[in-house]
Design a protein around this ligand. Structure first.
Ligand code: SF4
Length: 854
């Protein structure tokens, strides 16, 4: 038998014998002259063990990765000598089931992306926040007893943000400072004296009035993208709700008069909200799980880079294409997704509303539209008065009261809206609105007469089967007068006629022939095309029209609400309504806390929502000339404190950043941040609480998604904390304990009782029990499964999830006045702006006809 030589010996011989020996030795060792069995003479491979050992690990546990990309991957962390050395997919998504035992498939595996694989770089990164950091000047301001000038402003010397030194301290010490600052700010701006100070600081009069002299109104709280952590991130709003207790102490009022602070928005703030969806459907956003693409014959990927941004779901698109789904890509660049396109339209940015109208025009001109769908589901048969430009109301023609509705629950004055799990119909409308909306009218071409149309008359219940869609008609009203009316279809068709293929080519750069060809293709087989839109086009000033126009195209081709034919808008993970029992947690009444874990909470919301856009605009309401366009319900208050978690978007990435840091931030007297990665937001803050990363959460949490069907738990993790951090939820509990010390009110402590007792699961179970999509799940079971790498499937009637399915299958109304997909907007604001029809307008931020403004 030949003697094996080790790699070390091999190298030594080379060095000792020089090149000639190398050749001889190589020839000998590798048997180059007689290759009968090369493996028998291959050098000893024990050195490879070093590399194989790289994969060895001592233990393994699961954690959930949940940035705002909507995927929420449950991952395995491999630990060696106490350090996470490797991250990988659990490969167990195929074992997921829903409450009825319906399963999914292993085609969902592996669920991970390169960013998830590289997360160790983040968990152990040198920008992790270690302990609580307080700005030196801020600490001095606190120690000096929060001195202020006559106008209420703190001396500038204490507020040298981003230039100052940082002082590291315990989380407890940091919480003492934050609690004291919150109390001081609320006291300072309470009463007439508080209003006087705000006036001297030159805030807009309307915003000062909006405070009603209540100091807590100038405090703003924001859990960033709260669906990403139902207790951890949404906890910021629970914290806000508890601040009503502070107001009750400062003003000496009871629960009936106490006011909580303001909670900033997320989805709309990020421009993720496509407002056209709400205008047409009444839904916040319509979308479908991305694996729906397999059920479609055509998918139009519109301003969305599916391959790059929907990483673990990119395969659904490519596999659907292999199975025959036609992929149409509309983008303003040749994107990664464009490489998968059967048809690719590269367009001028911001012009796709014109493209949608161009498609709609071809379809209407050539009579290719799905007439039945239009009659059953859209407002296009409804008559519009040509004298007032308002919908013609049934009461104007037939007199009498609005019809009694079967599919809408009317909430009478003084009654409470039932919580979601007690609602028996999907539509809940206050009586005042029902009376204001009334019913509608269409012209029955067969009967040659006007007919009433109610919210119940949709889908298979639609009476508008023979509705006149084109032309105009003179209708006799109940008082005997006559009014000329036209159906919405006729108005839309006239407008869309401007968008001939040639005009569309000039506007958008999409070839005229392609506009014509694709329009005919979309109409060929109604209900088989998915329109997947990205958030990029949302950034343009005409984004509401973009979505109204896309819905128009989709409705003409029967593509709203079907599993393989629908419209979707994809940005962040926003739909907290997947947990519509969340008020059990975020809005538990701080004056009436339920300390028995077996009982439900009694929600009462004290905090009020405010759009962060006003803060980004130095707390100015929208004034144009002498007109104040911001209404009372949306009037912001001055921002004097801002505490946020889980996002760099409200400060670090804020638009108009220079103005923010130079002019807006100096007016704010407390900026507190919960973070685990030192961001620009931290740089401009006063207090930064270092919190746990996903790898080291000690309090479990949960989330769900708008693009996949999984209900995900963040399991408690066994690894010791990597840095000196605590959970976000513990930060709230700690600050609350300091507020309890300052006010002597133990309800601040009770409010976080189950966090203190390491029983956050009690709050999570309450959310599950009260949410339509999760009632019946046990958090304990979900947690156990997640530890073993298996998620659950959310109960959503269909998998894949699909907004609009209920409407179509059950013939229930959409969440609009007419119960139909509404393309006409009769409100004065829309008529005044010339946008009562879905139109195209050259966007000011993407045009060569105007200076670029952003
Ligand atoms: S796809 Fe998103 S959630 Fe999944 S591993 Fe990557 S970054 Fe994490």
């Amino acid at each position: 038998m030949k003697k094996e030589i080790s790699r070390r010996e091999f190298m030594a011989r080379i060095t000792a014998a020089g090149f000639g020996a190398l050749v001889a030795s190589t020839t000998n060792a590798w048997g180059l002259e007689a290759i009968t069995n090369p493996l028998a003479t291959y050098p000893n491979r024990d050195w490879e063990k070093v590399y194989r050992d790289l994969w060895a690990y001592d233990s393994r546990y699961t954690f959930t990765c949940a940035p705002n990309d909507t995927h929420n991957c449950l991952l395995n962390a491999h630990v060696r000598q106490g350090v996470i050395t490797r991250i990988g997919p659990t490969m167990k998504y195929g074992e997921a089931v829903d409450l009825l035992g319906n399963g999914t498939s292993h085609r969902w595996d592996p669920r991970v992306c390169q960013k998830g694989l590289a997360l160790t770089r983040r968990f152990y990164g040198d920008r992790r926040v270690n302990g609580t950091m307080v700005r030196a000047g801020y600490k001095k301001w606190y120690e000096a007893g929060f001195p202020r000038g006559a106008d209420g402003r703190p001396p500038e010397q204490y507020f040298q943000r981003a230039r100052d030194e940082w002082v590291r301290m315990s989380h407890d010490e940091g919480a003492v400072i934050v609690a004291a600052a919150l109390k001081n700010i609320a006291e300072t701006y309470t009463g007439d004296e508080g209003k006087r100070k705000l006036k001297e600081q030159h805030y807009d009069e309307a915003t000062i009035e909006a405070t009603q002299g209540v100091g807590t109104q100038v405090m703003k709280f924001r859990g960033g993208m709260p669906l990403l952590g139902m207790t951890r991130v949404f906890g910021m709003y629970r914290m806000a709700n508890s601040i009503a207790l502070l107001d009750s102490h400062i003003r000496g009022v009871g629960p009936d008069k106490a006011m909580g602070p303001k909670g900033f928005d997320n989805y709309s703030w990020h421009t993720d909200l496509p407002p056209g969806h709400t205008m047409v459907t009444g839904q916040q956003t319509v979308e479908f799980d991305l694996n729906s693409v397999e059920q479609a014959k055509t998918v139009v990927v519109w301003g969305m880079n599916w391959i790059t941004t929907k990483m673990p779901d990119a395969h659904w698109l490519t596999e659907a294409r292999m199975k025959g789904t036609r992929v149409v890509v509309i983008a303003c660049e040749y994107s990664a997704t464009a490489t998968k396109g059967d048809d690719v339209l590269v367009v001028r940015p911001g012009t796709t509303p014109a493209l949608a109208l161009g498609f709609a025009n071809v379809i209407m001109q050539e009579n290719l539209y799905d007439k039945e769908y239009v009659q059953q589901w859209t407002d296009m048969p409804i008559l519009v008065r040509m004298d007032t430009l308002k919908y013609l109301k049934a009461a104007e023609v037939f007199g009498g009261d609005p019809a009694v509705l079967k599919q809408t629950f009317i909430v009478k004055d003084g009654e409470k809206t039932p919580p979601p799990i007690q609602q028996t119909v999907q539509n809940v409308v206050p009586e005042k609105l029902r009376l204001e909306w009334g019913d509608y009218v269409f012209w029955d071409a067969k009967k040659n007469a006007a007919q009433p149309l109610t919210r119940d008359d949709v889908g298979k219940n639609s009476k508008a089967v023979d509705a006149m869609l084109e032309g105009s008609i003179e209708v006799t009203l109940a008082d005997g007068s006559k009014v000329r009316c036209r159906p919405v279809f006729d108005l839309v068709k006239e407008y869309a006629a401007h968008f001939t293929p040639q005009t569309v080519e000039e506007l958008t750069w999409a070839p005229a022939a392609a506009v014509q060809k694709l329009a005919r293709h979309f109409a060929q087989e109604p209900g088989t095309t998915l329109f997947a839109l990205g958030m990029g086009p949302n950034q343009f000033f005409n984004s509401d029209n973009k979505d109204r126009d896309v819905f128009l195209l989709a409705s003409l081709t029967g593509n709203v609400g079907k599993i393989g034919g629908n419209v979707g808008s994809y940005a962040g993970n926003y739909r907290t309504a997947l947990f519509n029992g969340a008020p059990q947690y975020i809005n538990e009444d701080p004056f009436d806390i339920e300390l028995d874990e077996t009982k439900s909470a009694r929600p009462k919301q004290y905090w009020r929502a405010e759009s962060a856009h006003y803060y980004n605009h130095e707390d100015h309401p929208l004034r144009v000339g002498n007109a104040l366009l911001t209404g009372k319900t949306h009037m912001p208050c001055p921002t004097k404190s801002l505490w946020f978690a889980n996002a760099n978007s409200i400060l670090g990435n804020v638009k108009w950043h220079y103005n923010m840091v130079v002019n807006a931030l100096p007016k704010i007297e407390l900026i507190a941040v919960n973070e685990w990665w030192w961001s620009t937001s931290c740089e401009w803050a006063d207090v930064v609480f270092g919190v746990d990363s996903w790898a080291e959460l000690k309090h479990p949490d949960m989330t769900a998604s708008v693009t996949n069907p999984f209900l995900l738990v963040f399991p408690k993790t066994p690894i010791p904390r990597i840095f000196n951090t605590i959970g976000d939820i513990e930060v709230y509990a700690t600050v609350a304990s300091k507020l309890a010390d300052l006010t002597g009110d133990n309800r601040f402590n009770d409010y976080w009782k189950f966090v203190r007792e390491d029983r956050t699961d009690v709050y999570l179970q309450r959310i599950l029990d009260h949410s339509t999509n999760t009632k019946g799940y046990s958090f304990k079971d979900l947690h156990e499964k997640a530890i073993n790498g298996v998620p659950a499937i959310i109960n959503s009637r269909t998998t894949p999830k699909n907004v609009g399915y209920d409407q179509l299958v059950d013939a229930t109304p959409w969440y609009t006045k007419s119960g139909r997909l509404e393309f006409y907007r009769e409100e004065d604001e829309f008529i005044d702006a010339g946008e009562n029809l879905p139109v195209h307008r050259e966007p000011v931020d993407s045009t060569f006809y105007e200076p670029n403004i952003i």
